[in-house]
Design a protein around this ligand. Structure first.
Ligand code: ZN
Length: 302
């Protein structure tokens, strides 16, 4: 593993931004393994979206959310089971009802321990934040759709089906036109493909494209990506377009005599040329690997 050189993955609640009425985002400040965290208020309840990496980050989110709520009831949800999004849920025990889609709960149960191990191996700053993690099962699990009434405001929790992970969930606040996408969309970086064969091959490029088309059609006013700056609906279109191009370029080369490595190098150069300012270049090759495996000629499919 390369040494972890990014800043410590610490959530800084002091930078919370108003995104809509009674709705704030604690931004990631461009720090790796810090997610954008949402706090959404209604007249009697407040929903927190994402925990931050590990119990100490989550404790500062709980403290912030409790003060913000001012006596209103607290709920927690997470967009998917990945560590910086969900591995702080234990800090919300006794403070908030934890609610997620079933596929996400199953992802956490099946792969949580493996990801904990993998992320501890990323470097000391990450391992420090993961000290003392006890994976917490959600209190409430829904199948495909759940409307959460916060009092005068209904938040829509929707499972998207397999895309970035097996159990992605999108959270929308219709009255404010705000959508939290989790890692289905990132701003200023290449789409994150957690394609780690043979350990984890649940990410699906083709399904992800279908999800992004549907989300872009909803045209929310504000899009809160999993990582990167809060933006508008253009963010969803950007991700959709990138994924479609990645698929097309991968599939166009797939039958050439060049091996997967040579194909990946060519596509990497092409994509960097298109988006020279985007971070996360290491995810391009993983995306190519995923989409190669998803070529329609490979009937392995599911
Ligand atoms: Zn993720």
């Amino acid at each position: 593993m390369p040494e972890y050189t990014a800043p410590d993955p610490i959530v800084d609640v002091t930078g919370a931004q108003d995104v809509a009425e009674d709705l704030v985002v604690i931004p990631d400040r461009g720090v790796q393994l810090v997610p954008n965290i949402g706090v959404i208020g209604g007249s009697h309840s407040v929903l927190v979206v994402e925990t931050g990496l590990g119990p100490r980050n989550a404790e500062s989110v709980v403290k912030f959310a409790s003060e913000y709520a001012g006596g209103r009831r607290l709920y927690l949800t997470t967009t998917h089971f990945h560590p910086e999004h969900a591995f702080g849920a234990q800090a919300f025990a006794g403070e908030a009802t934890y609610l997620v889609n079933r596929a996400q709960a199953e992802d956490l149960a099946a792969k949580g321990d493996g990801y904990l191990h993998m992320f501890r191996g990323l470097g000391a700053p990450v391992a420090r934040q993961l000290e003392g993690v006890a994976l917490r099962a959600p209190d409430v699990v829904y199948d495909a759709a759940h409307d959460l009434d916060l009092g005068g405001r209904v938040v829509r929790l929707r499972a998207t089906g397999r895309a970035h992970s097996r159990g992605d969930q999108v959270v929308t606040v219709p009255d404010a036109g705000v959508m939290f996408t989790g890692d289905l969309a990132e701003a200023g970086q290449f789409a994150i493909f957690p394609w780690f064969p043979p350990h984890d091959t649940d990410v699906s490029g083709t399904r992800w494209i279908a999800v992004m088309r549907r989300l872009a059609e909803q045209a929310p006013r504000v899009v809160v990506p999993g990582h990167g700056d809060v933006g508008g609906p253009g963010l969803l279109a950007d991700v959709r377009d990138y994924l479609e191009l990645l698929r097309d370029e991968t599939w166009a080369r797939r039958d050439s005599a060049a091996g997967e490595e040579a194909i990946a190098a060519e596509i990497r150069a092409l994509m960097i040329g298109r988006h020279p300012e985007w971070a996360g270049r290491e995810w391009i090759e993983r995306g190519v690997g995923c989409l190669c495996a998803e070529h329609p000629d490979d009937s392995a499919g599911e």
